[in-house]
Design a protein around this ligand. Sequence first.
Ligand code: GLA
Length: 375
Amino acid sequence: MLAVNSFVSEVVVQSPGRINFIGEHLDYNGGHVLPAAMNQKITLKFRKNNSHMCHVTSILLKNDFKIDLNNLVKTDTQWHNFILGVLFHINVLKPNTLKGFDCIIESDLALGAGLSSSAALECGLAKGINELFKIGLTDTELIELSRDTEHTFIGAKCGIMDQFAVIKGKKNHLLFLNCETLAYDLIEVDFKPYIIVLLNSNVSHNLANSAYNRRRDECSIALTIIKKKYPNYKFLSKVPLEILNEFEHVLSDEIYHRALYVIEENKRSINAVAHLKNFDFINFGNCLYQSHYGLQQHYEVSCEELDFLVELTKDLDYVLGSRMMGGGFGGCTINIVHSTHVDQFIEDTKGAYRKTYNKELSAIITTIDDGACIV
Ligand code: GLA
Protein backbone atom coordinates (compact mmCIF):
# COMPACT_ATOMS: atom_id res chain seq x y z
CA MET A 1 0.00 0.00 0.00
CA LEU A 2 1.20 3.52 -0.73
CA ALA A 3 1.81 5.44 2.49
CA VAL A 4 -0.79 8.19 2.78
CA ASN A 5 1.13 10.38 5.23
CA SER A 6 4.32 10.71 3.22
CA PHE A 7 2.63 10.96 -0.19
CA VAL A 8 3.51 14.22 -1.94
CA SER A 9 0.80 14.84 -4.52
CA GLU A 10 1.41 16.63 -7.78
CA VAL A 11 -2.28 16.66 -8.67
CA VAL A 12 -5.36 16.20 -6.48
CA VAL A 13 -8.83 15.73 -7.91
CA GLN A 14 -12.16 15.73 -6.12
CA SER A 15 -14.81 13.87 -8.03
CA PRO A 16 -18.43 13.87 -6.84
CA GLY A 17 -21.22 11.33 -6.91
CA ARG A 18 -24.43 12.33 -8.66
CA ILE A 19 -28.05 12.59 -7.73
CA ASN A 20 -30.89 12.70 -10.23
CA PHE A 21 -34.22 14.41 -9.63
CA ILE A 22 -36.14 13.01 -12.57
CA GLY A 23 -35.67 11.38 -15.98
CA GLU A 24 -34.52 7.92 -14.98
CA HIS A 25 -33.43 5.46 -17.68
CA LEU A 26 -33.91 8.19 -20.27
CA ASP A 27 -30.29 8.88 -21.12
CA TYR A 28 -29.93 5.85 -23.40
CA ASN A 29 -33.38 6.64 -24.81
CA GLY A 30 -32.49 10.15 -25.96
CA GLY A 31 -34.65 11.84 -23.32
CA HIS A 32 -34.31 14.65 -20.78
CA VAL A 33 -32.67 14.07 -17.40
CA LEU A 34 -32.13 16.33 -14.39
CA PRO A 35 -29.02 15.28 -12.47
CA ALA A 36 -26.58 17.24 -10.30
CA ALA A 37 -23.20 16.64 -8.71
CA MET A 38 -23.24 16.15 -4.94
CA ASN A 39 -20.96 17.18 -2.09
CA GLN A 40 -19.94 13.59 -1.26
CA LYS A 41 -16.82 12.86 -3.27
CA ILE A 42 -13.95 10.62 -4.16
CA THR A 43 -10.52 12.23 -3.72
CA LEU A 44 -7.66 11.03 -5.93
CA LYS A 45 -4.05 12.05 -5.30
CA PHE A 46 -1.47 11.58 -8.04
CA ARG A 47 2.28 11.73 -8.50
CA LYS A 48 4.45 10.64 -11.41
CA ASN A 49 6.84 7.76 -10.78
CA ASN A 50 8.99 7.80 -13.94
CA SER A 51 8.27 4.20 -14.89
CA HIS A 52 5.80 2.26 -17.03
CA MET A 53 3.96 1.03 -13.93
CA CYS A 54 0.95 2.50 -12.15
CA HIS A 55 0.48 1.87 -8.46
CA VAL A 56 -3.01 2.50 -7.12
CA THR A 57 -4.13 2.28 -3.48
CA SER A 58 -7.76 2.49 -2.39
CA ILE A 59 -8.02 3.46 1.27
CA LEU A 60 -11.74 2.64 1.44
CA LEU A 61 -11.35 -0.82 -0.07
CA LYS A 62 -8.05 -1.41 1.77
CA ASN A 63 -6.76 -2.65 -1.53
CA ASP A 64 -3.76 -1.96 -3.66
CA PHE A 65 -2.67 -2.96 -7.13
CA LYS A 66 -0.08 -2.38 -9.81
CA ILE A 67 -0.66 -2.02 -13.52
CA ASP A 68 1.81 -2.43 -16.34
CA LEU A 69 0.96 0.19 -18.96
CA ASN A 70 2.00 -2.31 -21.63
CA ASN A 71 -0.69 -4.73 -20.50
CA LEU A 72 -4.04 -2.96 -20.11
CA VAL A 73 -6.44 -5.91 -20.10
CA LYS A 74 -9.56 -6.74 -18.10
CA THR A 75 -9.16 -8.68 -14.84
CA ASP A 76 -11.50 -10.53 -12.50
CA THR A 77 -11.47 -7.73 -9.93
CA GLN A 78 -14.21 -5.22 -10.65
CA TRP A 79 -12.62 -2.08 -9.19
CA HIS A 80 -9.33 -2.76 -10.99
CA ASN A 81 -11.31 -2.81 -14.23
CA PHE A 82 -12.49 0.77 -13.68
CA ILE A 83 -8.86 1.88 -13.55
CA LEU A 84 -7.69 -0.39 -16.36
CA GLY A 85 -10.58 0.69 -18.58
CA VAL A 86 -9.87 4.39 -18.13
CA LEU A 87 -6.17 3.89 -18.92
CA PHE A 88 -7.03 1.73 -21.91
CA HIS A 89 -9.39 4.33 -23.37
CA ILE A 90 -7.02 7.25 -22.77
CA ASN A 91 -4.42 5.24 -24.62
CA VAL A 92 -6.82 4.72 -27.52
CA LEU A 93 -7.61 8.43 -27.77
CA LYS A 94 -4.09 9.75 -27.15
CA PRO A 95 -1.54 7.02 -27.78
CA ASN A 96 1.85 7.27 -26.03
CA THR A 97 0.84 10.04 -23.62
CA LEU A 98 0.42 7.85 -20.52
CA LYS A 99 3.32 7.25 -18.18
CA GLY A 100 3.70 5.61 -14.80
CA PHE A 101 2.04 7.19 -11.76
CA ASP A 102 1.10 6.50 -8.16
CA CYS A 103 -2.42 7.22 -6.99
CA ILE A 104 -4.16 7.15 -3.62
CA ILE A 105 -7.94 7.06 -3.60
CA GLU A 106 -10.03 8.17 -0.63
CA SER A 107 -13.78 8.53 -0.51
CA ASP A 108 -16.67 9.80 1.55
CA LEU A 109 -19.06 8.68 -1.17
CA ALA A 110 -20.96 5.45 -0.45
CA LEU A 111 -20.17 2.67 -2.93
CA GLY A 112 -22.86 0.57 -4.61
CA ALA A 113 -25.60 2.92 -3.40
CA GLY A 114 -26.76 4.17 -6.80
CA LEU A 115 -24.81 7.42 -6.38
CA SER A 116 -22.57 6.62 -9.31
CA SER A 117 -19.37 6.13 -7.38
CA SER A 118 -18.15 4.33 -10.50
CA ALA A 119 -18.55 7.41 -12.70
CA ALA A 120 -16.93 9.49 -9.94
CA LEU A 121 -13.94 7.15 -9.96
CA GLU A 122 -13.62 6.94 -13.75
CA CYS A 123 -14.04 10.66 -14.38
CA GLY A 124 -11.82 11.63 -11.44
CA LEU A 125 -9.08 9.30 -12.58
CA ALA A 126 -9.29 10.46 -16.19
CA LYS A 127 -9.30 14.12 -15.16
CA GLY A 128 -6.32 13.66 -12.83
CA ILE A 129 -4.20 11.81 -15.38
CA ASN A 130 -5.14 14.35 -18.02
CA GLU A 131 -3.78 17.09 -15.75
CA LEU A 132 -0.73 15.16 -14.52
CA PHE A 133 0.58 14.45 -18.03
CA LYS A 134 -1.02 17.47 -19.77
CA ILE A 135 -2.75 15.17 -22.23
CA GLY A 136 -5.27 17.72 -23.46
CA LEU A 137 -8.47 15.67 -23.31
CA THR A 138 -11.64 17.78 -23.54
CA ASP A 139 -14.55 17.44 -21.09
CA THR A 140 -16.52 15.58 -23.74
CA GLU A 141 -13.66 13.13 -24.21
CA LEU A 142 -13.40 12.63 -20.43
CA ILE A 143 -17.14 11.96 -20.25
CA GLU A 144 -17.19 9.58 -23.20
CA LEU A 145 -14.10 7.59 -22.30
CA SER A 146 -15.51 7.07 -18.79
CA ARG A 147 -18.80 5.89 -20.29
CA ASP A 148 -16.90 3.62 -22.70
CA THR A 149 -15.03 2.09 -19.75
CA GLU A 150 -18.40 0.97 -18.34
CA HIS A 151 -19.37 -0.57 -21.66
CA THR A 152 -16.13 -2.39 -22.37
CA PHE A 153 -14.46 -3.18 -19.04
CA ILE A 154 -17.46 -3.39 -16.69
CA GLY A 155 -20.22 -4.68 -18.97
CA ALA A 156 -22.79 -2.05 -17.97
CA LYS A 157 -24.32 -0.56 -21.11
CA CYS A 158 -25.09 2.68 -19.30
CA GLY A 159 -26.04 6.02 -20.80
CA ILE A 160 -24.17 9.30 -20.48
CA MET A 161 -25.98 10.95 -17.55
CA ASP A 162 -23.72 9.98 -14.66
CA GLN A 163 -20.43 10.87 -16.31
CA PHE A 164 -21.95 14.09 -17.63
CA ALA A 165 -23.10 15.18 -14.18
CA VAL A 166 -19.78 14.26 -12.57
CA ILE A 167 -17.79 16.38 -15.05
CA LYS A 168 -20.22 19.22 -15.78
CA GLY A 169 -21.96 19.64 -12.41
CA LYS A 170 -22.12 23.11 -10.89
CA LYS A 171 -22.71 24.18 -7.30
CA ASN A 172 -26.41 24.96 -6.61
CA HIS A 173 -27.38 24.10 -10.19
CA LEU A 174 -29.24 21.22 -11.80
CA LEU A 175 -28.23 20.04 -15.24
CA PHE A 176 -31.22 19.76 -17.53
CA LEU A 177 -29.62 17.57 -20.15
CA ASN A 178 -31.06 16.62 -23.50
CA CYS A 179 -29.47 13.22 -24.06
CA GLU A 180 -30.20 13.26 -27.78
CA THR A 181 -28.12 16.36 -28.50
CA LEU A 182 -26.13 16.67 -25.24
CA ALA A 183 -27.23 20.31 -25.07
CA TYR A 184 -27.95 21.33 -21.50
CA ASP A 185 -29.30 24.13 -19.33
CA LEU A 186 -27.90 24.90 -15.92
CA ILE A 187 -30.85 25.65 -13.65
CA GLU A 188 -30.04 27.46 -10.44
CA VAL A 189 -31.99 26.00 -7.52
CA ASP A 190 -32.49 26.84 -3.91
CA PHE A 191 -34.86 24.42 -2.23
CA LYS A 192 -34.61 26.24 1.11
CA PRO A 193 -36.20 25.56 3.59
CA TYR A 194 -36.22 22.08 2.07
CA ILE A 195 -33.15 19.90 1.92
CA ILE A 196 -32.16 16.79 0.01
CA VAL A 197 -32.08 13.59 2.01
CA LEU A 198 -31.01 10.31 0.43
CA LEU A 199 -32.12 7.12 2.12
CA ASN A 200 -29.78 4.28 1.31
CA SER A 201 -31.73 1.03 1.49
CA ASN A 202 -28.41 -0.81 1.73
CA VAL A 203 -29.79 -3.21 -0.83
CA SER A 204 -26.79 -3.54 -3.08
CA HIS A 205 -27.51 -2.91 -6.73
CA ASN A 206 -24.31 -4.59 -7.88
CA LEU A 207 -26.11 -7.55 -9.36
CA ALA A 208 -28.22 -5.23 -11.41
CA ASN A 209 -26.04 -4.98 -14.51
CA SER A 210 -27.75 -7.78 -16.35
CA ALA A 211 -31.23 -6.45 -15.56
CA TYR A 212 -30.11 -2.93 -16.53
CA ASN A 213 -28.80 -4.14 -19.87
CA ARG A 214 -32.00 -6.09 -20.44
CA ARG A 215 -34.05 -2.89 -20.01
CA ARG A 216 -31.86 -1.24 -22.60
CA ASP A 217 -32.45 -4.16 -24.99
CA GLU A 218 -36.19 -4.05 -24.38
CA CYS A 219 -36.28 -0.36 -25.33
CA SER A 220 -34.29 -1.06 -28.41
CA ILE A 221 -36.70 -3.85 -29.44
CA ALA A 222 -39.67 -1.48 -29.00
CA LEU A 223 -38.00 1.18 -31.13
CA THR A 224 -36.97 -1.28 -33.84
CA ILE A 225 -40.56 -2.46 -34.23
CA ILE A 226 -41.99 1.06 -34.24
CA LYS A 227 -39.39 2.19 -36.79
CA LYS A 228 -40.54 -0.39 -39.31
CA LYS A 229 -43.59 1.80 -39.82
CA TYR A 230 -42.17 5.12 -38.59
CA PRO A 231 -38.49 5.13 -39.58
CA ASN A 232 -37.90 8.74 -38.54
CA TYR A 233 -37.89 8.17 -34.80
CA LYS A 234 -34.31 7.86 -33.65
CA PHE A 235 -35.10 7.58 -29.93
CA LEU A 236 -37.88 5.86 -28.02
CA SER A 237 -38.50 8.87 -25.77
CA LYS A 238 -39.54 10.91 -28.82
CA VAL A 239 -42.28 8.54 -30.01
CA PRO A 240 -45.74 10.07 -29.35
CA LEU A 241 -48.00 8.03 -27.08
CA GLU A 242 -50.63 7.68 -29.85
CA ILE A 243 -48.04 5.99 -32.05
CA LEU A 244 -46.91 3.67 -29.27
CA ASN A 245 -50.55 2.71 -28.70
CA GLU A 246 -50.87 1.58 -32.32
CA PHE A 247 -48.35 -1.10 -31.35
CA GLU A 248 -49.93 -2.12 -28.06
CA HIS A 249 -51.00 -5.50 -29.42
CA VAL A 250 -47.87 -6.05 -31.48
CA LEU A 251 -45.43 -5.54 -28.63
CA SER A 252 -45.32 -7.96 -25.73
CA ASP A 253 -47.01 -6.63 -22.62
CA GLU A 254 -43.64 -6.17 -20.94
CA ILE A 255 -42.07 -4.25 -23.80
CA TYR A 256 -45.14 -2.07 -24.22
CA HIS A 257 -44.90 -1.06 -20.55
CA ARG A 258 -41.19 -0.28 -20.83
CA ALA A 259 -41.88 2.02 -23.78
CA LEU A 260 -44.88 3.59 -22.05
CA TYR A 261 -42.70 4.47 -19.07
CA VAL A 262 -39.99 6.01 -21.26
CA ILE A 263 -42.41 8.21 -23.19
CA GLU A 264 -44.28 9.33 -20.06
CA GLU A 265 -41.13 9.93 -18.03
CA ASN A 266 -39.69 12.16 -20.72
CA LYS A 267 -42.81 14.35 -20.64
CA ARG A 268 -42.71 14.32 -16.85
CA SER A 269 -39.12 15.41 -16.83
CA ILE A 270 -39.89 18.38 -19.09
CA ASN A 271 -42.97 19.29 -17.00
CA ALA A 272 -41.00 18.99 -13.76
CA VAL A 273 -38.50 21.54 -14.99
CA ALA A 274 -41.31 23.92 -15.94
CA HIS A 275 -42.67 23.61 -12.37
CA LEU A 276 -39.23 24.22 -10.95
CA LYS A 277 -38.78 27.33 -13.04
CA ASN A 278 -42.14 28.60 -11.73
CA PHE A 279 -41.02 27.85 -8.15
CA ASP A 280 -43.91 25.40 -7.94
CA PHE A 281 -42.18 22.91 -5.67
CA ILE A 282 -45.40 21.08 -4.82
CA ASN A 283 -45.97 19.98 -8.40
CA PHE A 284 -42.27 19.36 -8.87
CA GLY A 285 -42.47 16.96 -5.91
CA ASN A 286 -45.57 15.29 -7.35
CA CYS A 287 -43.64 14.58 -10.55
CA LEU A 288 -41.06 12.70 -8.43
CA TYR A 289 -43.79 10.47 -7.01
CA GLN A 290 -45.22 9.83 -10.48
CA SER A 291 -41.73 8.97 -11.69
CA HIS A 292 -41.39 6.41 -8.91
CA TYR A 293 -44.68 4.76 -9.79
CA GLY A 294 -43.62 4.55 -13.43
CA LEU A 295 -40.32 2.94 -12.46
CA GLN A 296 -42.12 0.58 -10.11
CA GLN A 297 -45.05 -0.48 -12.25
CA HIS A 298 -44.04 -0.07 -15.89
CA TYR A 299 -40.26 -0.18 -15.97
CA GLU A 300 -40.04 -2.61 -13.03
CA VAL A 301 -36.65 -1.54 -11.70
CA SER A 302 -37.69 -0.75 -8.14
CA CYS A 303 -37.66 -3.22 -5.26
CA GLU A 304 -39.77 -3.81 -2.18
CA GLU A 305 -37.51 -1.82 0.14
CA LEU A 306 -37.44 1.25 -2.14
CA ASP A 307 -41.23 1.13 -2.57
CA PHE A 308 -41.61 0.91 1.19
CA LEU A 309 -39.42 3.99 1.73
CA VAL A 310 -41.32 6.05 -0.84
CA GLU A 311 -44.70 5.00 0.57
CA LEU A 312 -43.63 6.06 4.07
CA THR A 313 -43.33 9.65 2.86
CA LYS A 314 -46.61 9.76 0.95
CA ASP A 315 -48.68 11.32 3.74
CA LEU A 316 -45.97 13.45 5.31
CA ASP A 317 -46.73 17.05 4.46
CA TYR A 318 -43.13 18.05 5.16
CA VAL A 319 -41.85 15.85 2.32
CA LEU A 320 -42.25 17.44 -1.12
CA GLY A 321 -41.32 14.43 -3.17
CA SER A 322 -39.65 11.05 -3.02
CA ARG A 323 -38.64 8.36 -5.46
CA MET A 324 -36.08 5.69 -6.14
CA MET A 325 -33.00 7.10 -7.82
CA GLY A 326 -30.55 5.79 -10.40
CA GLY A 327 -30.52 2.43 -12.14
CA GLY A 328 -32.70 0.77 -9.48
CA PHE A 329 -32.95 -2.69 -7.89
CA GLY A 330 -31.64 -1.17 -4.65
CA GLY A 331 -29.60 1.89 -3.74
CA CYS A 332 -31.19 5.11 -2.54
CA THR A 333 -34.39 7.05 -2.58
CA ILE A 334 -34.15 10.82 -3.03
CA ASN A 335 -36.38 12.88 -0.74
CA ILE A 336 -37.00 16.61 -0.52
CA VAL A 337 -37.68 17.24 3.16
CA HIS A 338 -38.46 20.37 5.19
CA SER A 339 -35.41 21.20 7.28
CA THR A 340 -37.36 21.47 10.53
CA HIS A 341 -38.41 17.82 10.26
CA VAL A 342 -35.25 16.21 8.95
CA ASP A 343 -34.08 14.64 12.20
CA GLN A 344 -37.50 13.26 12.95
CA PHE A 345 -37.83 12.02 9.37
CA ILE A 346 -34.55 10.12 9.54
CA GLU A 347 -35.28 8.64 12.93
CA ASP A 348 -38.81 7.53 11.98
CA THR A 349 -37.83 5.99 8.66
CA LYS A 350 -34.85 4.19 10.20
CA GLY A 351 -37.09 2.73 12.89
CA ALA A 352 -39.80 1.65 10.44
CA TYR A 353 -37.22 0.14 8.10
CA ARG A 354 -35.52 -1.81 10.85
CA LYS A 355 -38.85 -3.10 12.11
CA THR A 356 -40.01 -4.25 8.68
CA TYR A 357 -36.80 -5.55 7.13
CA ASN A 358 -34.52 -6.10 10.10
CA LYS A 359 -31.96 -4.07 8.18
CA GLU A 360 -30.25 -0.72 8.73
CA LEU A 361 -30.98 2.31 6.64
CA SER A 362 -28.35 5.00 6.13
CA ALA A 363 -29.38 8.59 5.60
CA ILE A 364 -27.21 10.95 3.56
CA ILE A 365 -27.90 14.66 3.64
CA THR A 366 -26.51 16.13 0.48
CA THR A 367 -26.10 19.46 -1.25
CA ILE A 368 -25.52 20.27 -4.90
CA ASP A 369 -21.89 20.92 -5.60
CA ASP A 370 -19.37 21.41 -8.41
CA GLY A 371 -18.38 18.62 -10.76
CA ALA A 372 -14.92 17.02 -10.72
CA CYS A 373 -12.22 19.61 -10.10
CA ILE A 374 -8.51 19.91 -9.54
CA VAL A 375 -7.90 21.21 -6.02
C1 GLA B 1 -27.38 4.26 -14.13
C2 GLA B 1 -26.69 4.51 -15.46
C3 GLA B 1 -27.16 5.82 -16.11
C4 GLA B 1 -28.68 5.92 -16.15
C5 GLA B 1 -29.28 5.56 -14.79
C6 GLA B 1 -30.78 5.48 -14.84
O1 GLA B 1 -26.99 5.21 -13.17
O2 GLA B 1 -25.30 4.57 -15.29
O3 GLA B 1 -26.62 5.94 -17.39
O4 GLA B 1 -29.22 5.13 -17.17
O5 GLA B 1 -28.79 4.32 -14.30
O6 GLA B 1 -31.32 6.71 -15.11
